[in-house]
Design a protein around this ligand. Structure first.
Ligand code: PMP
Length: 455
């Protein structure tokens, strides 16, 4: 395509491109921002504006932009074997290599992986694999999934149903049957007068109440993100996961830990499950698996489920054309080696994660900020009009949008979920770049506060 200017690109985009999670009418009126290139942790738009990408694309570019090694691996693999499937008793070296590598970086009891193309497909796979497992165990009534309100598990029918986003459920009669949602451990919004610790226990006990209400014999699995990402980087109170573990130990229910965001180093550990000491039966993965350089996802399967699926025999009637796509698999393997061999995950744990968390928490003194939270290289700020009461300026999330727009226009990509500002920068961010991120965030908070007449 001949080089087009920004206005031409925007016009064509408006005419032909329907964007994800978008009000098409509004976008048509306002126009899009055209991102043209990226390097390290920075993006450039078609007008030459440089922006610090504090969202790593969409929580995925863990090794940062511009790693030529990945382009070379893709180029070579495309010439060697651009596609072959893994159906009909066939396989290929990139899928084998990647499966082995994944088993090395995941928790010790997890040594098998089922490949797919995305996080949503991974959760669709979870939905079917869990039910298949219980069928094989002779307990076909164990069908129901317990998830959480405001969880995000994808946009396919099963993914959106497992997720707990009310505005997604409103469209298309979701959730599908067999999926129920309990309260989330979101202290800032829902903790009331309880301390975070008390609230963490209460939120976890909702799981036990639901199991007792439904009957253990009908519950198949509990699914949760270690830290809810799209819901607003909700870091649960410290008491939450230990109480969930206590409950799960008591009942015969599978634990599915959705690692699509927390996986591959985000918390400074390989997986959120490592950070919280969880022992998942299944882990959906995507995003950081390839650092977003090519689409790929998977479900990592722990011993208990893998043994049953393998030993009982019989087809698992599920799979995708692109399960273990050779080019995506080769790129993902190269990405994992970079994360491991360059010590990127270790550096997040020991150096840049603690540094970001220290600097990020300095924003707590800002008049608009009601809470600062985060782990490793993921963080959130709650915007409020009353720090003690933890209330919002309005219920439309307009403060978050205002702040996000100031960020975009001042060289910082920070996302807003309602009035929660969230960050999840590439894992290669340096301390100097963290300083820049925090300073830009403060500047944009100031602009927001001035606009609202707060300062
Ligand atoms: N699970 C979680 C926790 C996610 O954050 C996402 C995407 N944001 C998904 C699943 C779905 O992944 P994808 O968009 O690749 O389908």
């Amino acid at each position: 395509m001949k080089a087009l200017d920004t206005a031409q690109l925007q016009a064509l985009d408006r005419e032909h491109h329907l964007h994800p999670f978008t009000d098409f009418k509004q976008l048509g009126e306002e126009g899009t921002r055209v991102i043209e290139r990226a390097e390290g942790i920075y993006l450039w738009d078609s007008n030459g504006n440089k922006m610090l990408d504090a969202m790593a694309g969409l929580w995925c570019v863990n090794i940062g932009y511009g790693r030529k090694e990945l382009a070379e691996v893709a180029y070579e693999q495309m010439q060697q074997l651009p596609f072959y499937n893994a159906f009909f008793k066939t396989t290929h070296p990139p899928a084998i290599d990647l499966a082995k590598l994944i088993s090395e970086v995941t928790p010790a009891h997890m040594n098998h992986v089922f490949f797919c193309g995305s996080g949503s497909e991974a959760n669709d796979t979870v939905f079917r694999m869990v039910r298949r497992y219980w069928d094989l165990k002779g307990k076909p009534n164990k069908k129901t999934f317990i998830s959480r309100i405001n969880a995000y598990h994808g946009s396919t029918v099963a993914g959106a149903s497992l997720g707990g986003m009310g505005y997604m459920h409103e469209q298309g009669d979701l959730p599908i049957p067999g999926i129920v949602h309990i309260a989330q451990p979101y202290w800032f919004k829902e903790g009331g007068d309880l301390s975070p610790e008390e609230f963490g226990i209460k939120a976890a006990q909702a799981l036990e109440e639901k199991i007792l209400e439904l009957g253990e014999d009908s519950v198949a699995a509990f699914i949760a993100e270690p830290i809810q990402g799209a819901g607003g980087v909700i870091v649960p109170p410290e008491t939450y996961w230990p109480e969930i573990k206590r409950i799960l130990d008591k009942y015969d229910i599978l634990l599915v830990v959705d690692e699509v965001i927390c996986g591959f180093g985000r918390t400074g550990h390989w997986f959120g499950s490592d950070y919280y000491g969880l022992k998942p039966d299944l882990m959906p993965i995507a995003k950081g698996l390839s650092s977003g350089y090519l689409p790929i996802g998977g479900v990592v399967v722990g011993e208990r489920v893998a043994e049953t699926l393998i030993e009982e025999g019989g087809d698992f009637n599920h799979g995708y054309t692109y399960s273990g796509h050779p080019v995506s698999a080769a790129v993902a393997a190269a990405n994992i080696r970079i994360l491991r061999d360059e010590g990127i995950v270790d550096r997040v744990r020991e150096e840049t994660g603690p540094y970001l968390q220290k600097r990020w928490r300095e924003l707590a003194d800002h008049p608009l900020v009601g809470e600062v939270r985060g782990v490793g290289l993921v963080g959130a700020l709650e915007l409020t009009n009353d720090k003690a009461a933890r209330t919002r300026f309005d219920d439309k999330g307009s403060t978050g949008t205002l702040c996000r727009d100031f960020c975009f226009n001042n060289g910082l990509v920070m996302r807003a979920t309602g009035d929660t500002m969230i960050i999840s920068p590439p894992l290669v961010i340096t301390k100097e770049e963290i300083d820049e991120l925090v300073e830009k965030a403060r500047y944009c908070l100031d602009l927001t506060a001035k606009e609202l007449g707060v300062i």
